[in-house]
Design a protein around this ligand. Sequence first.
Ligand code: HEM
Length: 159
Amino acid sequence: MAAIINQWAVITIVLSGIALTAGVFLIRSGNREAHMRAMLIASALATLFLVLYLTRLGLGYEKKYVGPEQWRGAYFFLLISHILLAAANLPLALGALWNAWKGLRAAGNLGNIGAPAARPFFNRHRAWVRWTVPVWLYVAATGWIIYLVLGRYGEVVKG
Ligand code: HEM
């Protein structure tokens, strides 16, 4: 059961990374409406990931690395950076979403983002996403790598 939850957690975080990448391309091509939808989907998938991950933790499922010794250091670097940045991603995403939401309310609609009341929020949105996007992509990519490594070199210690 816990192994299946773990599999779904990886699927949701990878899909959220894909939706995030699509959202970046969409805003680059000027499609704000589709950008908003892609980012809300990315956020919903990341939230689902968090729920699945916490459920898995609650079930006590854990795997340890039993692969080649010379890769242990690299593996732990990946794992620790992944955990720290995953924790940082939550406030980063909330900051980006909050400013987008306030900006949208001040603008009235996405065609009016240049309105003086909306401008400061979208400027802040851009400042937040400069960090949010790379951190989120790193977390999604390393989550998938860790899953593959543990699939090959992992041993269940609690399940
Ligand atoms: C956490 C989720 C989100 C992320 C990671 C994100 C990411 C981005 C990125 C990378 C840009 C381009 C910034 C630049 O050109 O320097 C951007 C711009 C923009 N985003 Fe988002 N976005 C998110 C959610 C939203 C939502 C929900 C909305 C809708 C209300 C929205 C509306 C906009 C608008 C209107 C712009 C253009 C701002 C401007 O040209 O000044 N974003 N966003």
